[in-house]
Structure formats: C-alpha cells, structure tokens
Design a protein around this ligand. Structure first.
Ligand SMILES: Cc1ncc(COP(=O)(O)O)c(C=O)c1O
Length: 381
C-alpha cells in the first residue's frame, strides 16, 4: 500500500531504540528519561482508592475542578502568579498533549516557529503536521546560551511562535531572568506567542528556576506547560497541564476536546488530593535530584569523560572526545555492546548538530546504586 507520509523523516525514536537495545543486551539503562524508583506510597494509595471506590467515568473536558484549583494554588505558591483555575488551566494527557494542542491550535500553514536546538523531539513533527516551518537557533556546548542576535535574525513577519524549554532537556542548562527579558524585548512589537515547556520546573540546582510564570508580559502571551510525570516520578501516568491566558486557552481547548477530550479521572483525583495534603513535595524535588546528580558526578570524577555543567533536569551530559572518535550514535551503540551502559546521543536533538561535538546524555533519575554501578563501568574506559 503506497501511503504518502505526512512525516516522511520520522522513524522509531532514539529513546525506544536505545531502550530496546539496552534490554536486549542487559545493559544498565540510563538512556530514556524515567525513574527506576517508586513514586510516593501515599499517592499510589490514593490512586488505588480512586480507582476502586472513585469515579471511573469521563472527567470534565478541562480537568477536575479540584485538580485545577490545586494547580492554581501551586503556581501562586511557587511563582506568586494568580491564575484563574476555570479559564486558564487545562489538564492534559501529559505535557506532550498540551504541546501538541498548543501548536495545532496556533499554527497556520507557512507560519514560522523558532526553536532552540537541541530541542525535544516532539516539537518539530507537531509543527510540520500543522503546516508550519521550523527556524532554529543553535545552542552549543558547554553552556548552551542562546545568542539573541542570531534569534533576532530569524524573526520575520511570518514568525508566530517561539518554543522555549527551561530547565532544558537534553543539556541540563537553565535560562536566566535576563534571557526571558531578551526574548520579550525581541518579540514584543510583533504578534508572536510563546510555548514554554517547563516540565522540569522543580528540578533546578542553582537558586530559584526561571519561569515564564514570573514574567508578567511574557505570560500574557504564553502557553506554560508542565508534567506531573516529572514532578511526582510518574511518567507512565501521562498527566500534565497547560496554563495560558483565556484567548489562548479557548483555542487550545478546541483541539484538546477532540484529541483526548479528558485525562484519566482517578489519576486526576489522586493528584488533586496529594497536592492538597503534601503541598511541599514539589519544593523538595530539587534537593532530591541534586543528590543523585552529585552521586553520579562524583562517581565519574576520575573517568576520562568530561562532565558538562548540570543546573537542572535529571540529565547529565558527558563529552567523550578523550575516549573515542566515533560519532555519538555509533558510540552509544558501542557503549551498550561493550560496556553495558545505555545513553542517548545528543546529536539526535539537533537538525544540524555541530560537527565537532561528541556528547552523550545520561539520565540520573535512578537509584544511587544503579548510578554508581554504571559510573564504575564507564570509568574503566
Ligand atoms: C522537554 C520535555 N517536554 C515534554 C515532555 C513530555 O512530558 P509528558 O511525559 O508529561 O508528556 C518531556 C518528557 O520527557 C520532556 O523532556
């Protein structure tokens, strides 16, 4: 059957590929970004009670009111921003659905969207399906700072959306308040919107994370997306949310109601109760992951890998140029086969990766003994 593909360049993504290779070879899997430890027991109990005794029918399209209220309080507590839980918050099936809906709602054929490469792999296919065109600012090691002159050179009258992600997957870098100001100054005179992917908002290691929630002008033009998968170690639940001003939310909900309509009711109920009963848990996340980052960095300190700075997320980048001249995809395959550790090549997050970059990404959302065992293997190289 000859089907004319709408996404001809898309194949099985690198995360599925590396995880499959890793389990086939019995390697330690630090490739895909998911925790190998249990979420909070109380939260699991609540989910189980909600399933057995609760409401297992469709939730309201925009999310359970109790969950939207709890999210509004979370945002007020962390960022001092008051959002209307009824009109500005939408619960989605993971941050992925929120991102897809925002792009689909906003992008018309030939609209241009500016991305910062390396970029999370969902953005481009969603833009392509909507008929949009990607324009890219290339971020380079070791600090991956945006070049605002390069950014300005990409702006045209067709620019409709800018997608940002801080703390940043895959690099672990974080934007500064000055970066958000520079973004605002660059776009303020045009009709341009922002999609701020903040799924790692609570995992940052140098003071308070920068957020569009704290930038009044930007937040008036932005979709801000987050994920309970990241904040509560529940990537398999796929519950996320998006905060946006009323006009943007109205358009996003038109897509959301036909993509999924709503998100699993008992999981929303469990999260709503947990956010009320344990409100401080998100504030403890940074310390929790900082400890894991430090365990991994220390265990790799005497290796021949060069460790790049990691200010946020649960990803650590390693430069392997002292060890191998292989490209990063070949090096990751070799690591699984010969060393028994699975990592992700960073070039796959770029459209045109810098030729001389030799970087791999390790996920440290793992038990400490897993991190130490992987680091011991890597240190033998
Ligand atoms: C930067 C970024 N955005 C979005 C997502 C998707 O989040 P969710 O699993 O809630 O759909 C991820 C997941 O890895 C991510 O790393």
């Amino acid at each position: 059957m000859a089907i004319s593909s709408k996404l001809p360049a898309v194949g099985t993504n690198i995360f599925s590929k590396m995880s499959a290779l890793s389990s086939a070879k019995g390697a330690i899997n630090l490739s895909q970004g998911f925790p190998d430890f249990k979420p909070d027991e109380g939260l699991l109990q609540r989910a189980s009670t909600a399933l057995l005794q609760g409401n297992n029918q469709y939730a309201p399209m925009t999310g359970l009111p109790s969950l939207r209220d709890a999210i509004a309080r979370l945002i007020a507590r962390h960022y001092g921003r008051q959002v209307n839980a009824t009109e500005e918050i939408t619960v989605t099936s993971g941050a992925s659905e929120a991102i897809f809906n925002a792009i689909t709602a906003l992008i018309q054929p030939d609209d241009e969207v500016i991305l910062f490469d390396p970029a999370y792999d969902l953005y481009e296919p969603a833009i392509t399906l909507a008929g949009g065109v990607c324009r890219r600012v290339t971020l380079t090691a070791p600090d991956f700072r945006p070049d605002w002159l390069e950014f300005a050179s990409l702006l045209t009258e067709k620019t409709r959306l800018v997608i940002i992600n801080t703390p940043h997957n895959p690099t672990g870098s974080c934007w500064s308040a000055e970066d958000l100001d520079a973004l605002w100054q660059a776009i303020k005179s045009q009709d341009i919107y922002v999609l701020s992917d903040e799924v790692y908002e609570f995992i940052h290691f140098s003071g308070q994370a920068v957020s569009v929630h704290k930038h009044a002008e930007l937040s008036a033009r932005s979709f801000v997306v987050s994920s309970f998968g990241k904040s509560f170690h529940l990537t398999g639940w796929k519950v996320g949310y998006v905060v946006a001003p009323v006009a943007l939310t109205e358009e996003l909900r038109k897509v959301h109601q036909y993509v999924t309509f709503c998100t699993a009711t008992p999981l929303q109920q469990a999260l709503a109760e947990h956010l009320v009963d344990v409100p401080e848990s998100s504030a403890e996340l940074a310390g929790f992951y900082q400890q894991k980052r430090d365990v991994l960095r220390e265990a790799l300190a005497s290796s021949r890998f060069d460790l790049l700075p990691c200010d946020g997320t649960y990803f650590q980048l390693l430069d392997y140029r002292a060890i191998s001249e292989l490209d990063d995809v070949a090096f990751c395959e070799w690591l699984i086969d010969e060393v028994g550790v699975a990592a992700i090549p960073v070039s796959v997050f770029y459209q045109d990766a810098p030729q001389d970059q030799r970087l791999i990404r390790l996920c440290f959302a793992k038990e400490e003994h897993t991190l130490v065992e992987a680091a011991q293997k890597l240190s033998q190289l």
